[in-house]
Design a protein around this ligand. Sequence first.
Ligand code: NI
Length: 136
Amino acid sequence: MQVTVNRKAHFNAAHRLYNAAWTDARNATVFGKCANPHYHGHNYELIVAVKGEIHPETGFVMDMKILKSLIETEIEERFDHKNLNEEVAEFKTLNPTAENIAVVIWNKLRPKIDKNLALSITLYETPRNFVTYSGE
Ligand code: NI
């Protein structure tokens, strides 16, 4: 019996999407407003989903206090109110798209969560645009 527990979290961050090998015009065409050289912010909504067996002694798949704390230390403290391009090492050379941010978040949390539990990240960049990464 596999049950998924979900924890929602939130961070505000600035970014700029661009490919340094391209002209400003091409960056503007491909990335639209997100190519603004002066950066801009998003209110990111994060859902961390952990799936596994219910532990018979606790009735938990994972202790949500621990998951909450992991998200705070590994993600929120590193990303909240940051300029992702300038202040988060992973994005020095990686375009901070929602896709890439979700992969970075997964990579940060995966080693901290029991390997018998499956981990999936859903990241909303806007209320209508969101991505999912499960390590595949
Ligand atoms: Ni943007």
